[in-house]
Design a protein around this ligand. Structure first.
Ligand SMILES: Cc1ncc(COP(=O)(O)O)c(C=O)c1O
Length: 469
């Protein structure tokens, strides 16, 4: 017997729950996604100019009538998929972009079906609990204090914002000022110390927080982009020191332990931007680079980079969970929401939010400590493999390859730019451009679970081809 209301919904293009059409649609989406991923290896990493031009087909007047959902999906796939960059593939080395471990993509699909608004524990116990467990595992694997509070946010930019908001709360509270209640007008001034090579997301966060993008003391760096500890100014009064583990160009780490030992006894809050570098802690051969990392007060990192979960997922950790909660919770500080379980939204800028911790839980459950260590070790070894082969081919490596970042120059700025353009057009792999300490360079970042040594070799061949022109 036919369901008349379901028929009417279908005519309007809205699939009825549990209808055959919904199953067909979701199966079709899964098939298309699988086909997309399987085809990545055989296509150009960058989209072709024709594929980008074809995007115009999306841009027509807002339709009055409904469209069959299957047709909408087909359009997205047929026009949208070719116009993507193969960031999920094995030879994308731009920015710092991990792929998605298959288990995390699968978990993302399932969590999408759950559609849980995970701001509060009570209505969404499943996803809120998964985040709570994932947070505990993260602190353990990253070597951070177990008492930390944490937030699953969109990326390291917002994680920096969260850590710095907690810092602002704490240093002003110590000075007898309630910044959440009274704002910054008339507040005791806060000294903010950052590295001369701090990531722009740190300065942006400082601006959003009313601390000023340029009203900072910049500490000079050494030849690898590490903050020079001896150049730290004397610390007096409310102070926040921002350190970096994982310079976005070189991968180098600020000497975080030394900085903590100077700054914290003087009453400063030390915030660490470790968008990708924090993951060095999980790899036995790299862990010494972040020795003493647990001595800081707050940390920002990304799961969508080296943990290889789908976009987007950043992580903020704060030693004093009350400082993070005071800065972020919608509820007033005097309203006790503490219980056996945490409300995720008490620690994030958003109240309504998707449960980003589900994919983090799935990644850690699937990889285990050993699998995660192996992933980071393998990518670091692949960075050295790039550096060795490119040096042998006559290219210049500008940085000490201590982690997963490789800076390559091919002569002067103009020639380097030309080589990078040729590599991007060739499509075997993708790498971006940077200017670091006055030198124009290609920046290779190896962060994907899927990259093999053979992919590195194939990419080196393509780069050398472009170099020799
Ligand atoms: C050191 C550092 N901090 C912060 C960020 C910003 O991260 P996101 O783009 O995830 O917000 C990045 C991005 O590459 C980074 O390398």
């Amino acid at each position: 017997m036919r369901d008349a209301s379901a028929d009417r919904r279908l005519q309007r293009g809205v699939p009825a729950p549990n209808s055959v059409r919904m199953k067909e649609l979701l199966s079709d989406a899964a098939q298309r996604a699988i086909r997309y991923l399987e085809n990545l290896d055989g296509r150009s990493v960058a989209p072709t100019p024709e594929a980008v031009v074809a995007l115009r087909a999306f841009d027509h007047p807002l339709p009055e009538a409904s469209t069959e959902p299957a047709a909408v999906l087909r359009m997205l796939d047929e026009i949208g998929s070719p116009a993507t960059t193969a960031m999920a593939g094995r030879r994308f080395f731009g920015f710092v972009i991990g792929g998605s471990l298959p288990v995390t993509l699968a978990a993302n699909w399932l969590a999408g079906a759950w559609d849980q608004n995970t701001g509060l524990y009570r209505p969404t116990p499943g996803t809120a609990f998964l985040e709570q467990v994932a947070l505990r595992w993260l602190l353990e694997v990253l070597g951070l204090p177990r008492e930390c509070g944490g937030a699953f946010v969109t990326g390291a930019t917002v994680a920096n914002l969260c850590g710095l908001a907690a810092a602002r709360h704490a240093v002003l509270k110590r000075a007898g000022w309630n910044v959440e209640a009274d704002g910054l007008f008339g507040a005791p001034p806060i000294t903010v110390i950052i590295s001369a090579e701090a990531h722009p997301s740190v300065t942006k966060s400082l601006g959003v927080l009313g601390l000023g993008r340029t009203r900072v003391i910049k500490v000079p760096v050494d030849g690898q982009g590490r903050m020079r500890v001896e150049a730290l100014p004397a610390i007096d009064g409310p102070t926040i020191v921002c350190v970096q583990v994982g310079n976005v160009n070189t991968g180098a780490m600020d000497p975080v332990q030394e900085i903590c030992r100077r700054a914290r006894p003087a009453g400063a809050w030390v915030h660490v931007d470790g968008a990708f570098g924090l993951w060095a802690a999980v790899a036995p051969s790299r862990a010494s680079l972040v020795a003493g990392i647990g001595e800081a007060d707050s940390w920002a990192t990304d799961a969508h980079k080296w943990l290889n979960v789908p976009y987007d997922c950043g992580l903020a950790f704060v030693r004093d969970p009350h400082a993070l909660r005071a800065a972020m919770a919608i509820t007033a500080e005097y309203l006790p929401t503490q219980g056996d379980y945490r409300n995720p939204g008490d620690f994030t800028p958003e109240l309504s939010r998707r449960a980003r911790g589900v994919e983090v839980w799935a990644a850690l459950r699937s990889l285990g400590r050993a699998g995660l260590a192996e992933l980071v070790e393998r990518n670091c070894a692949q960075a050295r493999r790039f550096a060795t082969q490119l040096t042998a081919a006559g290219c210049e490596i500008l940085n000490d390859v201590v982690l997963n970042q490789v800076l390559v120059a091919f002569g002067d700025a103009e020639r380097t730019k030309r080589v990078i353009e040729a590599v991007q057009t060739d499509g075997t792999c993708w790498a971006g451009i940077t200017v670091w300490q006055g030198r124009t360079a290609m920046r290779l970042s190896i962060s994907s679970w899927a990259t093999t040594d053979a992919d590195v070799d194939r990419s080196v061949e393509a780069i050398v081809r472009a170099f020799r022109g």
